[in-house]
Design a protein around this ligand. Structure first.
Ligand code: ARG
Length: 299
């Protein structure tokens, strides 16, 4: 068994109980207006998920769902937390925009400072497209985040940013193809990315657990890691679970099949509140070099 070097984050989450979860519109290929949601079952599955995450050792905060925003249950997308600062999502689709306002209010009540990416006029940035890994913030350039938003994100957060081109329409958020496991390992689904994106991730992740497209379609990369526990959706291929166990992780699976009807799984439903992006922080290494010079060199 190998040694796990746990992530510096992943012990505090914001989640939204699916009181008003439905599939009212289709903004990703998983959403099927003909397939009705069993609301009671969705609630029961969500309660079980929250309990499992708490049993794994994490804290779960809750935000009430707005009746008119059925996708609000996918809390990962509200924003990217960096200590006491949040970069609030600029949603691609207008159906989800009221969620950003509700979340911004919640962040304020929680004592966090917010920066609205939407105010910069550089297109979309959805937080399911961003992860700290190694010395960089890995950010998708794809269906839900525009390349033009990367420079703004890097500048506003003061972080080194690595772009990954997401090209697969069904793996439309980075959190469907990339799951940080510990300091050196991540689940990765290269079939979601262009060649440059594959090269970027290969350079960033020393020990990848590579999954193919078929495996990624089980949403197994959309899992949550609490220390050495990986909370994964039921249906995760046993090959993937076995590799995680061989590395020393404990795998807990939860049935969230009703919530898959909106095109998201466990990670999508959990917003990490304890991320601090210090490992990616841009600080001038050479006297006289400004932060802006560094950013221009990076992005
Ligand atoms: N129906 C939602 C959407 O298309 C699902 C979001 C899934 N969230 C995620 N972090 N991948 O926006």
């Amino acid at each position: 068994m190998s040694v796990i070097r746990p992530l510096s984050w992943g012990r505090r989450y914001l989640m939204c109980r699916p009181e008003h979860f439905r599939v009212d519109y289709a903004i990703n290929p998983w959403m099927d207006l003909e397939s009705p949601v069993d609301q009671e079952l969705a609630l029961a599955q969500w309660d079980r998920l929250a309990a499992t995450i708490e049993q794994a050792g994490a804290t779960v905060e809750r935000i009430a769902q707005l009746p008119g925003t059925p996708d609000m249950v996918y809390a990962m997308n509200y924003g990217l937390v960096d200590g006491d600062h949040v970069a609030v999502t600029s949603f691609r689709h207008e159906q989800r925009r009221p969620e950003a306002e509700a979340a911004e209010w919640w962040f304020g009540e929680a004592g966090l400072r917010t920066t609205r990416l939407r105010d910069f006029g550089v297109g979309a940035f959805e937080a399911g497209d961003a992860f700290l890994f190694g010395d960089s913030l890995l950010v998708a350039d794809g269906p839900r985040t525009d390349r033009a938003a990367h420079a703004v994100l890097s500048r506003e957060l003061g972080v080194r940013l690595a772009s990954v081109g997401v090209v697969h329409p069904a793996l439309y958020h980075l959190d469907l193809s990339f799951c940080p496991l510990d300091e050196t390992r991540a689940i990765v689904a290269p079939s979601a990315w262009n060649a440059a994106g594959r090269a970027t991730v290969a350079g960033l992740v020393p020990q990848p657990l590579v999954i193919d497209e078929h495996e990624a379609f089980t949403f197994c990369a959309n899992s949550v890691v609490v220390g050495d526990v990986v909370v994964m959706p039921q249906g995760t291929p046993s090959r993937v679970a076995r590799q995680l166990e061989a590395w020393g992780f404990a795998v807990e699976t939860v049935d969230v099949s009703e919530l898959h009807k909106g095109g998201g799984s466990i990670r999508c439903m959990t917003l990490p509140l304890d991320t601090v992006l210090d490992d990616a922080r841009l600080t001038p290494a050479v006297p006289g070099v400004t932060r802006q010079d560094m950013e221009l060199a990076t992005v």
